[in-house]
Design a protein around this ligand. Structure first.
Ligand code: GAR
Length: 186
């Protein structure tokens, strides 16, 4: 069983999908810790329901990004976490975490990268009137949504309907992340 930590800043629907796939025996992993930079995020409630410990650390309470990530690193080391799974964690990962977890950090992004990196990828796609967007799972490097791609799936945009498009993307995310984690976590 592979020990993982899930990092999230928001609702946590991907966290929940991963945890439920683990509960069904579909991913050979254990979520040792949820890490969030947003103590009020809904993912904290979802983690409580699943009895998974949460490290809620506000970057503003630290003198530097290095100090913030060192605090996270010591939590990860306490739980002997082997892989970091980003699920809506809206910050760049710095060298303090990249170095000890080289090639062991995975992210999911709601577009067909390299299109629409960064924030609000779904809004960017709607603004460009693209007809097809999608979901990408990739390894994390120092760039913004730039690491080697593990898996991608296309999603047809529902014309002018952001909410419907977003729902379709989330449904694909939950499936694609599971498949990608099944293949990569060792
Ligand atoms: C997901 O759509 C994820 O792909 C996106 O944040 C959302 C989190 O949803 N991540 C990024 O945009 C990263 N650049 P969730 O909190 O319900 O899992």
């Amino acid at each position: 069983i592979v020990s993982i930590a899930v990092f999230a800043s928001g609702s946590g629907s991907n966290f929940q999908a991963i945890q439920e796939a683990i509960e069904r025996g579909e991913i050979n992993a254990k979520i040792e810790l949820v890490v969030t930079d947003k103590p009020g995020a809904y993912v904290v409630e979802r983690a409580k329901v699943k009895n998974i410990p949460v490290a809620a650390l506000s970057p503003k309470n630290f003198d530097s990004k290095v100090a913030y990530e060192q605090a996270i690193l010591s939590k990860l080391q306490e739980c002997e976490v082997k892989w970091i799974v980003l699920a809506g964690y809206m910050r760049l990962i710095g060298n303090t975490l990249l170095d000890p977890y080289a090639s062991k950090i995975i992210n999911i992004h709601p577009s067909l990268l390299p299109s629409f990196p960064g924030k609000d990828a779904i809004g960017q796609a709607m603004d460009h009137r693209v007809k097809v967007t999608g979901v990408t799972v990739h390894y994390v490097d120092a760039g913004m949504d730039t690491g080697p791609i593990i898996a991608q799936r296309a999603v047809t945009v529902v014309d002018g309907d952001r909410e419907a498009t977003e729902q379709a993307i989330h449904a694909i995310e939950h499936e694609l992340y599971k498949e990608a984690l099944q293949k990569t976590l060792t």
